[in-house]
Design a protein. Structure first.
Length: 501
């Protein structure tokens, strides 16, 4: 589900990092890029195909929230406002575009529905208020019992439960090529300066006070660039939605595909190792969510993604970035901003005032403005959809173009997505490079966080407009790209901020 993710074809995961050219370059990437093999084919099981004596993951949709009277509804609303995270509540009061502060999506799941589901013997795992459902681990018999409960709307997204893969043998790789550090940013100088972000950093805007949610696979937090004595990463909340526990750090022996991509994304944002690697929002606070099974591809991952957005929004996230897609899950005619489950989740988070960033996809582009290669959830209406450029500022061959099926412009902005510097997921004092729009996304997310630090009261739409109108294509041509490849171009976040040098 990762937008660097084309497993088994040597593309880094789900939007995964594009690896091309000669075998020598491929071997170079194998030790310098967090590599994830292409996902196995999307697992689509029907209820009729389930077998006895086998455990399945599945999603249970409830019919309602079991609110019977107006008195009950008003009490729930009152309790929500009283007990909601203060930071999240303040954001909603200033920036929410839905009516009121809360709606039925925010109402808690009905306790008696949960109890009835659990009485079948099924294990309830991830819960989502926004989707009004839960993921379960259950047998065929239990699934049938749950489906017959009067308050259950449906049981869907079946997947045969499998243990997480273990690493059988370590990859032996040659040492990285020598690197001559240059200036404060070291390896990350290009990805920072292309966006004018170095000027914001110099002015004191480095993400401090902004909460960024990163939704990906797991995260290895042991790297020295995340543990610098002057500025160690600040993680204020975390949850693993695959294992359903509060630890996103990889277990001993876990296969790297379960944490390499997430570690790379986080390094682009949060690393702080002057003259080696400095992230785009190195002083921000972070919420880390693992919503991705690194080995397999199935529809239930979408539900975890939405649950992760819900988790982050309710804990005060200002910005959310993700580099995930459901590989093979949606066709272009379905990218209408309201069909994909992940897209629906982004729409909800954005409506609650969270600024969201995602990649456009790694499926390339053409010169036909009527034909798009976009990946969901890049079709979400308010998401900042990012395409990829080279270090020279040219569009990469893999960066997906739009439009959406309803004619909206995606991608909207561009950031470095080829040879992006980040941390190694395997060794705590080494660095790597990654390619793909999943790398461009966190580059942009950090810049957006710093821009929001300058203007903390800006709504999602205010920030989007300032960011887009600072794009180099827009400034040069007076309009965005009519071919839907460049969008508004490469933004200058210092220009967008309105600050003066």
């Amino acid at each position: 589900m990762i937008i660097t993710k084309k497993r088994k074809q040597q593309l880094p995961r789900k939007c995964v990092m594009v690896m091309r050219q000669t075998l020598g370059i491929l071997l170079f990437f194998l030790h310098t890029v967090p590599v994830q093999s292409q996902p196995a084919p999307l697992a689509v099981l029907s209820e009729s195909s389930l077998k006895d004596g086998v455990l399945y993951d599945a999603w249970v949709e409830f019919k309602d929230k079991d609110i019977q009277t107006e008195t009950q509804r008003l009490k729930v609303l009152k309790d929500l406002e009283k007990n909601f995270n203060p930071r999240a509540l303040a954001r909603r009061k200033k920036k929410r575009t839905f009516p009121g502060l809360f709606d039925e999506k925010d109402f808690p799941l009905a306790p008696r529905y949960l109890e009835g589901t659990a009485k079948t013997g099924a294990k309830i795992r991830v819960k989502s208020r926004w989707l009004n459902g839960v993921s379960i681990l259950a047998t065929k018999k239990q699934i049938r019992e749950i489906k017959n409960l009067p308050y259950v709307k449906n049981v869907i997204d079946f997947y045969q439960h499998k243990p997480r893969a273990q690493l059988k043998s370590a990859l032996k790789s040659p040492p990285p090529p020598p690197y001559q550090a240059a200036g404060f940013y070291g390896r990350s100088e290009v990805q920072v300066s292309q966006l004018g972000l170095h000027k914001l950093h110099k002015a004191g805007y480095n993400g401090r006070g902004i909460v960024i949610a990163v939704i990906d696979c797991g995260f290895n937090l042991s790297h020295t660039a995340l543990r610098h004595p002057e500025r160690s990463i600040q993680v204020i909340a975390q949850w693993d939605f695959v294992e359903n526990d509060a630890d996103v750090i990889p277990r001993p022996g876990l296969h790297p595909t379960n944490y390499d991509h997430g570690t790379a994304v986080l390094g682009i944002l949060a690393a702080y190792a002057p003259k080696q690697l400095v992230g785009t929002a190195y002083a921000a606070d972070y919420i880390l969510c693992n919503a991705e099974d690194g080995e397999f591809e199935y529809y239930l991952e979408e539900r975890w993604y939405v649950a992760a957005l819900e988790f982050a929004e309710s804990r005060g996230a200002d910005v959310a970035t993700s580099s995930l897609v459901l590989y093979g899950g949606y066709k272009q005619h379905q990218l209408d901003g309201k069909t994909a489950v992940m897209t629906i989740g982004l729409n909800t988070a954005i409506g609650n005032g969270v600024i969201c960033i995602t990649g456009s996809g790694n499926f390339g582009h053409d010169q036909d403005p009527a034909v798009g290669h976009l990946s969901a959830p890049g079709d979400a209406k308010g998401v900042i959809c990012v395409g990829a450029i080279t270090r020279e500022g040219n569009i990469t061959s893999f960066s997906s173009d739009g439009p959406t099926v309803d004619g909206r412009r995606k991608p909207e902005v561009l950031a470095l997505g080829s040879g992006v510097a980040t941390i190694s997921s395997e060794e705590k004092d080494r660095y790597s490079k990654g390619s793909g729009v999943s790398m461009a996304g966190p580059v942009m997310a950090g810049a957006v966080a710093c821009l929001l630090q300058v203007h903390p009261d800006w709504t999602v739409e205010q920030l989007r407009k300032a960011l887009f109108f600072s794009g180099d294509f827009y400034r040069k041509h007076g309009k965005p790209d009519p071919l839907f490849i460049h969008g508004y171009g490469i933004p200058d976040v210092f220009l967008a901020s309105g600050l003066k040098e």
